[in-house]
Design a protein around this ligand. Structure first.
Ligand code: SF4
Length: 173
């Protein structure tokens, strides 16, 4: 896996001050994507064990609320296989931190069992998240007043409640 950036005091991509990892590679190709350079799976730098350690260290200060995964596309299967290892570590070593992920895929169409981006680690990865912001950016539904989303079709989903209740439960409208 490659990544473009790690923001260590990010206040734009989830609640509170966060560490945000921007992974590379995205097959969604949304019209007017705000960062098309990240579609390339080789964009940026190789993600190594040292990168994983850097993210864990950046999460440790008490003012950091948690980790956010962004892209590119964290839920491309090749990225899921790497990111699930990071999420396991965050849950084990820093259980007080919360985890958000953004995806251009649609949870109930693409990521659950039978979906086109479901792979052997997807269920585990989803179970390790607190919040998933899903859906492609749609220019025709663009709304700059929305929190944490670019367009009205995107949803901020409470993953823990959604998995418990076996239906989509929103974290916020
Ligand atoms: S999912 Fe995100 S990175 Fe991928 S094309 Fe859409 S807006 Fe761009």
């Amino acid at each position: 896996m490659y990544y473009g950036n790690i923001k260590k005091n990010d206040i734009a991509n989830g609640k509170g001050v966060r560490v945000t990892l921007f992974v590379s590679g995205c097959t969604n190709h949304c019209k007017n994507c705000f960062q098309p350079e990240t579609w390339n799976f080789d964009y940026g730098k190789p993600y190594t064990k040292a990168t994983e350690d850097e993210v864990i260290e950046a999460l440790k200060p008490s003012h950091i609320a948690g980790l956010t995964l962004l892209g590119g596309e964290p839920f491309e299967p090749e990225n899921q296989r790497e990111l699930v290892k990071l999420l396991r570590r965050v849950r084990k070593e820093l259980p007080e931190k919360n985890i958000w992920s953004f995806t251009g895929f649609i949870l109930d169409q693409d990521l659950l069992d039978g979906g086109r981006k479901h792979c052997e680690v997807t269920d585990e990865m989803l179970s390790l998240l607190d919040v998933l912001v899903d859906g492609p950016f749609k220019e025709e539904e663009k709304d700059i007043t929305l929190a944490f989303r670019g367009s009205r079709n995107q949803r901020v989903i409470d993953m823990k409640k959604s998995l418990e209740e076996k239906e989509i439960v929103l974290y916020m409208e």
